[in-house]
Design a protein around this ligand. Structure first.
Ligand code: NAP
Length: 267
């Protein structure tokens, strides 16, 4: 039976790099995203790369329980043997916590935390043959290491992911499941991200990593069964730097840096 890799948020900046890398490795793919149109464009854009592999597409809004259930039904009905799940989709939400609407906060938590955990759990529960390896790769962020005022919701959702996935990796390793979490720093995947990185000056520049490089590092860490990987020397330094300090001190420091960055962008 052919094996498949399922990628969430496949049409996004880092998602496309995962698609490229997995197609290069000749992995069959299930590409998911929120829009049928974007998925069609993705398949057209990667026509050459997809020549020798089987590629399926599926609309998945991670914030919807029905869509998450539907993924498992789709896989079962089509008798697809998924051996790798790449939890790449995420909502990048920036701003003061009290300025968000209920819907904005719920959406970020539902997509980044609940949806990602629920989809992962559904796949792990649906496994029948535990002698076959199953791999889970989850995209968190360097932001997971810091409480970040003015970007608190996003940073907290990524902290949840690191904690959850690292603990889960220990629970399921006996069942031949590898769980790896990758923490990238900045990636210039949208105009807003480009401006945000630029406003951080040298720190932003040093933290920024090309999406192809992030995907490569993440997949390598997964193949080596690493629980966590941080991309780039400067980002590794930022994570280590956060360790000895209290959360209160870190919040005070990152809050000042973030406010300065937002003022430069007239955010
Ligand atoms: N850019 C950065 O600086 C940075 C830094 C650290 C970590 N990250 C993380 O890296 C991952 C990829 O981000 P990116 O930079 O490539 O951003 P991106 O281009 O905006 O991609 C984000 C992806 O998430 C998907 N998504 C959003 N809401 C969704 C929902 N309700 N259901 C399913 N999918 C949804 C989008 O899917 P559609 O396109 O189909 O709507 C999109 O493909 C995210 O988890 C992000 O948090 C980013």
């Amino acid at each position: 039976m052919k094996k498949y890799t399922l990628i969430t948020g496949a049409c996004g900046g880092l998602g496309r790099s995962f698609v490229k890398m997995c197609a290069k490795n000749k992995e069959n793919l299930i590409l998911t995203g929120t829009s049928e149109k974007k998925l069609e464009k993705l398949v057209t854009d990667f026509k050459e790369e997809f020549k020798d592999i089987d590629v399926k597409t599926l609309v998945l809004d991670l914030g919807k329980m029905e869509d998450r259930k539907n993924v498992i039904s789709f896989v079962k009905e089509n008798k697809l043997d998924v051996s790798r799940l790449i939890n790449n989709a995420g909502v990048i939400i920036e701003g003061d916590t009290l300025k968000f609407s209920d819907e904005e906060i719920l959406n970020a938590v539902e997509v980044n935390c609940i949806g990602t955990l629920d989809l992962t759990q559904k796949f792990l529960k649906a496994r029948e043959d535990k002698s076959q390896k199953f791999e889970v790769l989850t995209v968190a962020s360097v932001a997971s290491s810091y409480p970040i005022p003015h970007m608190a919701v996003y940073a907290a959702t990524k902290s949840f992911l690191v904690s959850m996935m690292t603990a889960l990796s220990e629970e399921v390793k006996k069942d031949n499941v590898v769980v790896t979490t990758v923490c990238p720093g900045g990636m210039a995947t949208s105009q807003a991200m480009k401006e945000s990185i630029k406003s951080m000056g040298l720190g932003g520049k040093l933290s920024c990593t090309d999406t192809d490089k992030v995907a490569k590092i993440a997949l390598k860490a997964l193949s080596r069964k690493k629980k966590n990987v941080v991309t780039g020397g400067f980002n590794k330094f930022l994570v280590v730097l956060s360790k000895p300090f209290s959360k209160a001190f870190l919040a005070k420091s990152t809050g000042k840096i973030w406010k300065k960055s937002q003022d430069k962008r007239n955010f």
